[in-house]
Design a protein around this ligand. Structure first.
Ligand code: ME8
Length: 515
């Protein structure tokens, strides 16, 4: 069986997860679920980046031991991922012993390869980024990502000889255009590497928090070197050779555009140095903006994902983010568009389709699905739309065009609703000689609902299972996209139930200009 290994960034637990973090994790979850439905042996890793100075500072500011603080914060992440139905197979925390051991192992390999040397670093350090900046990287003296004042730092560190890898990196991007996606991000990376490629510091003189450098216990491993290593330690590097051989190299690292340099320049060079194969793809998504600003830890509480899930349910949140925010560009979160999407797409289009289909079956056939009769042009057009929705969904998901895949799926939702209007089952029901036609129409629309449940499985898994349950079908299972998407697979004579509306309409609040 083919394997598929994908990862999210490991998040800093120096604040609770916010809607931007949730977006990245949900997008990754959609892909993981899709791969499982396609029958891949899938491993989906997420986790926390704990050995960072920003985490240590935050803990100490609150008078807490950093490890206790991380343990507390980890619960918020685990809790949110559970509430959002994130289907990760691994949750790595970089304070775990196996990770510490393997991070040291990787660094030792780079050292043995002659790529680590001692030097003095003097530069601006941005704590939220955990990265050094040169004078000309700063914008008005501030970090270009966080708009925060960096700290001037001067210390003796170990360095990784990144500059040695310039040619190999450029050759790698050239030979593997899929290594950084979307394409325009790869161009940015190529430009970065073509310019001056500075060696980077891989240790810090901090003895209170972090993983000691294997060849100098006076220093700890720089948090980015340590953090990137999670992608191999999470699947057994230095611990479980069999698991490592099974899943590595990763098929995809999903990240935000803010951390491209680390993933697309530092990480491949580190792996080249240590003689470890390179991941297939780094997919960099954009940022969610809210009221004109990037949603971030300091502003995260404006849109609290915990409250959103409590109020609207996991699927509404997952759906909104995947439908409204493109997975390659920046996108805008607004409450107005949330309510619009919910009411128009979920309550009206999808919810009504399921409700009217199952209600008509109850009304006209006592809830027992009739067998279809001969096919008309209208029926064929519904079947064709289903086929093209399946193809569009697969194409979009394969190419990380997660919103385009959803657009394709929606063509079937729209067509199925139109099909009902065009055939007017309520009229057919009045004419006894149209009984067979009525049965055919209701069979076809029920079959469209079944196919929609499978297609929506990666996005709104709870709703998909609820739809299948109403049709008397088993819940989503691994491999079902391979054998279950054939039109006409739904066997007649089964009992279909109606149930409550899947997405009751929301009362829309008054919006001010700024929402
Ligand atoms: O950078 N819109 O952790 P982090 C979309 N620990 N995505 C967003 C976002 C927004 N407004 N804000 C954050 C780190 N993200 C490191 C990573 S990996 C080896 C180490 C997402 O907690 C986005 O995916 O700052 C971004 O890359 C990630 O959160 C940064 O999370």
């Amino acid at each position: 069986m083919s394997t598929y290994y994908l990862t999210t960034p490991i998040y800093y637990p120096n604040a609770k997860p916010h809607i931007g973090t949730a977006f990245c994790t949900i997008g990754s979850d959609v892909q993981a679920r899709y791969r499982r439905l396609q029958g891949y042996d899938t491993f989906f890793l997420t986790g926390l980046d704990e050995n960072s100075l920003n985490v240590e500072r935050q803990a100490r500011n609150q008078g807490k031991d950093p490890q206790d603080y991380c343990d507390e914060m980890a619960e918020f992440f685990r809790d949110l991922w559970e509430r959002l139905n994130i289907s990760h197979d691994g949750f790595i925390r970089t304070t775990e012993e196996h990770h510490k051991h393997a991070a040291r192992l990787l660094l030792q390999k780079c050292y043995d390869a002659g790529d680590i040397y001692k030097g003095t670093y003097a530069g601006w350090y941005c704590l939220p980024c955990e990265a050094f900046y040169a004078d000309d990287d700063l914008v008005d003296g501030k970090c270009p990502v966080h708009d925060a004042e960096p700290e001037w730092t001067e210390e003796e560190n170990y360095f990784f000889a990144l500059s040695k890898y310039q040619d190999r990196l450029l050759a790698f991007y050239e030979e593997h255009p899929e290594s950084v996606l979307p394409d325009f991000r790869r161009n940015e990376v190529v430009n970065m590497v073509r310019g001056e490629l500075r060696d980077f510091s891989i240790s810090r003189a901090n003895k209170t928090w972090g993983i000691p450098v294997p060849f100098d216990e006076e220093q700890v491993i720089y948090v980015w070197f340590d953090a990137l290593t999670n992608y191999i330690t999470g699947v057994g590097y230095g611990r479980d050779d069999e698991q490592f051989a099974r899943y590595w190299p990763a098929d995809a690292h999903v990240i935000g555009k803010d951390i491209i340099r680390f993933h697309c320049v530092y990480w491949p060079a580190m792996l080249m140095s240590a003689g470890v194969p390179l991941p297939t793809t780094v997919w960099a998504h954009g940022w969610i903006m809210f009221r004109g600003l990037k949603i971030s830890k300091s502003r995260g509480t404006d849109v609290d994902p915990f409250d959103m899930v409590d109020e609207f349910g996991a699927d509404a949140v997952r759906f909104y983010l995947m439908r409204e925010i493109p997975f390659d560009q920046d996108g805008i979160f607004s409450w107005e568009s949330f309510y619009n999407r919910y009411n128009a797409d979920l309550a009206n289009d999808l919810g009504n389709l399921v409700h009217r289909t199952t209600s008509m079956l109850a009304r006209y056939f006592d809830g027992v699905l009739p067998a279809p009769g001969g096919e008309t042009a209208l029926d064929a057009s519904l079947r064709d739309t289903a086929q093209s929705a399946i193809e569009g969904a697969e194409q979009g998901l394969e190419s990380w065009d997660l919103d385009a895949a959803l657009d394709s799926i929606w063509t079937l939702v729209t067509r199925a609703n139109q099909y009902i209007e065009e055939n007017a089952p309520w009229e057919l029901a009045k004419a006894p000689d149209q009984r067979e036609r009525l049965g055919t129409v209701l069979y076809n629309v029920t079959e469209a609902v079944r196919i929609l449940a499978l297609l929506l499985g990666p996005y709104i898994p709870q709703t998909a299972d609820a739809m299948l349950d109403r049709l008397g079908e088993p819940p989503l299972a691994a491999g079902v996209w391979q054998h279950g998407l054939e039109w006409g697979s739904l066997t007649p004579e089964r009992t279909v139930t109606t149930g409550k509306p899947l997405f009751p309409r929301l009362e829309v609040p008054e919006f001010s200009e700024s929402t």
